[in-house]
Write a protein that binds this ligand. Sequence first.
Ligand code: 3PG
Length: 207
Amino acid sequence: MGALDELAQHRLVPVVVIDDAADAPTLGAALVAGGLPVAEITFRTRAAADAIRALADRGDVLVGAGTVLTTAQVDVAVAAGAQFVVSPGTSPAVVERCHEHGVAVLPGAVTASEVQTAIELGLDAVKFFPAGTSGGAAAIEALAAPFADMRFVPTGGVGPANLAQYLALPAVAAVGGSWMVPRDLVGDRAHDALRTLVVDAVALADH
Ligand code: 3PG
């Protein structure tokens, strides 16, 4: 099964900002214990590549790289063991480098033109980002009419209060968000608190 199909099975993508790769083992343990062995580690910190490597080495977490803006970051992410790459925008260069590596990629797309660009790049899934300020679930529903084969992963402003709206849409493969893995709790290695947030999110997504 491809990484995007695995994401679609889990329905949730925890978006992580990690300041110290030494915090990754606790994060991985909490995600696995909480029943959601998935992490998008964002390239917003210098710890990202080492954190990806630490999670990939576990072997039981589907780990990807987020906030990937350049082809160089694609190379670093893949070398670290990233199984999928997420980008906030529709960058053909980033997508093509991912294709060269044979790694799954989710570029950001919120307009019809961006979705068409993604289709031209051979993709059938995009990150809908930033979801909350780009029209939310209603916008995805509208885009799904002409783009019937496109799957969306809304992220940005998604949380317990509006998760169900997104997951109810057939076009939504999974939903991403940072609410399950707050930066301060990751930094505090707060295993039990993280596990509880993950368990709660999984329960909501299963409804
Ligand atoms: C992302 O990069 O996907 C977003 O920053 C996550 O958005 P959120 O913090 O609103 O969940």
